[in-house]
Ligand binder design. Structure first.
Ligand code: ZN
Length: 227
């Protein structure tokens, strides 16, 4: 009798734990088939909050649906692991917090088509033209910030995906002088930039949160676009 109860208990626990496991969405399955890897399983300390899988983004709409986990090419994950280690060494307890990683090309089109208020030339400053592909579409670019010991994002002067020069790293000196951007925000951006560039990532001129593991040309040579 006793063993029967024990057996039922084990079965119950087993089914509960299976239910608790997150199912893998079709988008994730297709990325896994292409050799992309989930980030948090491989980089301890990294946090993920994909903004396009929430309504807290410039479109105010969940574009990613079931895609809530961050995926990257394994070569990019190696660099990211190094970046998290760099950050922890310089600022114990701090975490890299990922806002976007691998982005299917179909989602690139959705982002592009949402920004109709900008003509294509201007739009390219904020979102890569889907016809030319984004480095995100090759799992080789990351959008991210730094979070403190409690997981709270540091002050960076603008929100993620702020469209305008307040987000441009190449304008920081000018914005500081004009009293528009604080020294604290610049210092925090430098914490992120240092951890990333020392791990082999490249920063860009128009977005403090975006880093490339490879150039678009190299990414295109090395990997297939994520449909
Ligand atoms: Zn980006």
């Amino acid at each position: 009798m006793k063993s029967q109860f024990a057996k039922a208990g084990i079965i119950l626990l087993l089914s509960l734990s299976l239910k608790a496991q997150k199912t893998t969405s079709p988008a994730e399955q297709s990325m896994q088939k292409q050799g992309l890897q989930e980030v948090t399983e491989r980089v301890p300390g990294v946090l993920v909050e994909l903004k396009y899988a929430t309504t807290d983004n410039f479109m105010k709409k969940n574009v990613y649906g079931c895609l809530t986990r961050a995926y990257l090419q394994k070569e990019t994950i190696v660099k990211l692991k190094k970046a998290q280690e760099n950050l922890e060494k310089a600022h114990p307890g701090y975490h890299l917090l990922i806002y976007d990683a691998a982005r299917p090309l179909s989602k690139q089109w959705e982002l592009w088509n949402t920004l109709t208020e900008y003509p294509p030339e201007k739009r390219r400053t904020y979102v890569a033209d889907p016809k030319e592909h984004s480095i995100h579409n090759y799992g080789s670019a990351i959008d991210l910030t730094v979070a403190d010991e409690k997981g709270k994002p540091l002050e960076m002067g603008t929100t993620y995906d702020f469209f305008g020069e307040m987000a441009y790293p190449n304008q920081e000196a000018k914005l500081l002088k004009a009293g528009k951007l604080s020294q604290k925000a610049i210092d925090n951006r430098l914490i992120l930039r240092k951890a990333m560039t020392q791990a082999g990532f490249t920063a860009i001129e128009y977005e403090w949160w975006h880093f490339n593991a490879f150039s678009r040309k190299t990414a295109k040579q090395m990997f297939k676009v994520i449909p």
